[in-house]
Ligand binder design. Sequence first.
Ligand SMILES: [Zn+2]
Length: 252
Amino acid sequence: MDLPDTVSTVRRWIDAAERIVVLTGAGISTDSGIPDFRGPQGVWTRNPAAEKQSTLQNYLADPEVRKAAWRARLEHSAWSAQPNRGHHALVALERRAKLHALITQNIDELHRIAGNSPGRIVEVHGTMRRVMCWGCGARAPMQAALDRVRAGEADPACRTCGGILKSDTISFGQALVPEVIARAMQVAQEADLLLAIGSTLQVYPVAGVVPIAKENGAKVIIINNQPTPMDELADALLRGPIGELLPQICAG
Ligand SMILES: [Zn+2]
């Protein structure tokens, strides 16, 4: 099938579906100016050392790594990023009462900012818009911590217990939150259609939602600009700009 035929087929499937589960990865946010990690222009492709610096063990052990991380957080592209057409298309899907859940590997909260209900969003890798204390587990808005960095604290500590603060995201070497992963797997089982968007589908256990949905009878649609290891499971593959394809297939 060529692309226009695939688009119209997928539109029909979405019209017929009642419990769509969406999985999004970094590819949906690149149009908002947030670079991905593993793509050709990705943060880690261009600078493999950045991946090492982001491990939890290095972050906790080395104040210099934390200071560099705080400087990078101050300048992160997400603070000025706005949701794009891809994000808005998924809001349209929710307004059509078809969106069962939106699982995201992204930490930018652009789905919530676009207008998807927080209760439908499953953030498997956490959010960069919050800090958490490694000592006492307290959570607080990231901007308050960034204000302290701007005011001169290179590595601000928790004001309650003095513990190390980090963004409330899952770093390399950090355990996922079991309840969050369990919920992702649960909604994948309940889906009648799974839309995997802008994810390389290489990170487990999250990538496992694709075979789980398939085994439970869902149609699987993969939208990504590169091949993924799950392509052979897909009922349809869409290659092309996410910001153009998603409005076409999600609009009522
Ligand atoms: Zn604390």
